[in-house]
Write a protein that binds this ligand. Structure first.
Ligand code: SAM
Length: 362
């Protein structure tokens, strides 16, 4: 088998990766020395909301159902990734709670251990809408952490932004998470000019009231409609200036490979974070890989190259599990080897990936 990257819209000649296709071992280290420990697993591209910065209201091109990975396939990829040193799995989408087998997915991944028998960390990013119904089952199955997205506390604004009248359902999901023992609980908000930038303080206060940590995300060029406009983006510095009018923020050291820079609020213990992918990229410490719901490995949110695991998982003639495991491992290593030093959003020649965020996995 050759680990051939698929350039979306075109095929690269197989020879490119063949020289480095030999099976190897050890952690997933790229050519810049970054060790990959985090795999984001998208479970579906479907969502119960239609956030303007992520998906179009109508006319989205959905992934073919036949290409969506089964729970067995996801478990097999995760098991091989854990053997190669991945320690954290984050379930995302689309909306991961729309998978009817979500409790089974969580149970299977939570049971995976690393090369020395150490348990993996299992987290989920969700809009929270189905949480009141499914959270007890997810916790019992082994879910360790939750991030819930919340961009506004105002019902009309929520309707405009998500094109759905579901704010009460999201708030009920956050209440269920706050009442559960899962900590740290994080809330994600994309900061947008003239949309919700007058709510930054209210959102942080809401998080504090729910024993949660708010993390603001700079809006990234990942909307399916390709309408991102740098001038509409609220920057990290603007967010900090606004929050500083209310609280004293002190930087929290020891960020490591985490996407969020964090500050303690009025001396702690509560904190707030900013994910400044555009104005303060953190690619130099990136330890993340992504798996799309249709089996494409990606080494960056903004990559235009994908590594197709479907032919490895579904060979024309059945292969022994060990052979498929080896194929997955090779593909993981090929994907990591091809990782670029940075996402290049700020380069003049930057090209937005063909997939929207919902089809990549946020
Ligand atoms: N449906 C889940 C949710 O709502 O959290 C998981 C998927 S969603 C794509 C994951 C995260 O990506 C959310 O916090 C969302 O706000 C963020 N996101 C989506 N599009 C984005 C964009 N263009 N820029 C920045 N963040 C974005």
């Amino acid at each position: 088998m050759s680990a051939v990257p698929v350039l979306i819209g075109a095929r690269r000649p197989p020879a490119i990766e063949e020289a480095s296709d030999a099976a190897s071992a050890g952690p997933l280290v790229d050519t810049f020395g970054r060790v990959h420990r985090d795999l984001r697993v998208s479970l579906t591209d479907r969502c119960s909301l239609r956030c303007t910065y992520c998906m179009p209201e109508q006319g989205n091109e959905w992934l073919a159902r036949s290409s969506i990975l089964t729970v067995d396939e996801i478990e097999q990829i995760a098991r091989v990734a854990a053997a190669a040193g991945v320690t954290t799995f984050r379930l995302t989408g689309g909306e991961p709670l729309l998978r009817t087998d979500i409790v089974d997915v969580v149970r299977r991944l939570a049971a995976i251990t690393g090369p020395y028998g150490e348990p993996v960390e299992l987290a989920m990013t969700t809009n929270g809408i189905r949480l009141p119904e499914v959270l007890p089952g997810l916790i019992e199955a082994g879910l360790g952490r939750l991030n819930i997205s919340l961009d506004t506390l105002r019902p009309e604004r929520f309707r405009d932004l998500t094109r759905r009248d579901r704010l009460d359902d999201v708030l009920a999901g956050i209440a269920a998470a706050a009442a559960s023992g899962l900590r740290p609980l994080k809330l994600n908000a994309v900061a947008m000019r003239d949309v919700n930038d007058d709510e930054l303080i209210d959102l942080v206060q809401f998080a504090l009231d729910h024993d949660a940590e708010l993390r603001f995300i700079e809006q990234m060029p990942l909307d399916a409609g390709h309408t991102w406009d740098r001038s509409r983006m609220v920057t990290r510095d603007e967010i900090l200036d606004t929050l500083s009018t209310r609280w004293t923020l002190t930087p929290v050291p020891g960020r490591g490979g985490a996407p969020a820079e964090r500050w303690s609020i009025d001396g702690g213990p509560h904190k707030v974070g900013v994910i400044a992918s555009v104005t303060a990229p953190f690619c130099g410490d990136c330890d993340r890989l992504r798996l799309t719901a249709d089996g494409q490995l990606r080494n960056c949110l903004f990559s235009t190259t994908e590594f197709d695991l479907l032919p490895v998982l579904r060979p024309p003639v059945a292969e022994p599990v060990e052979a498929v495991d080896k194929g997955i491992d090779r593909m993981l290593r090929a994907c990591v080897r091809r990782k670029l030093p940075g996402h290049a959003i700020n380069d003049p020649g930057f090209l937005q990936p063909a997939r929207g965020m919902n089809a990549i996995g946020g």
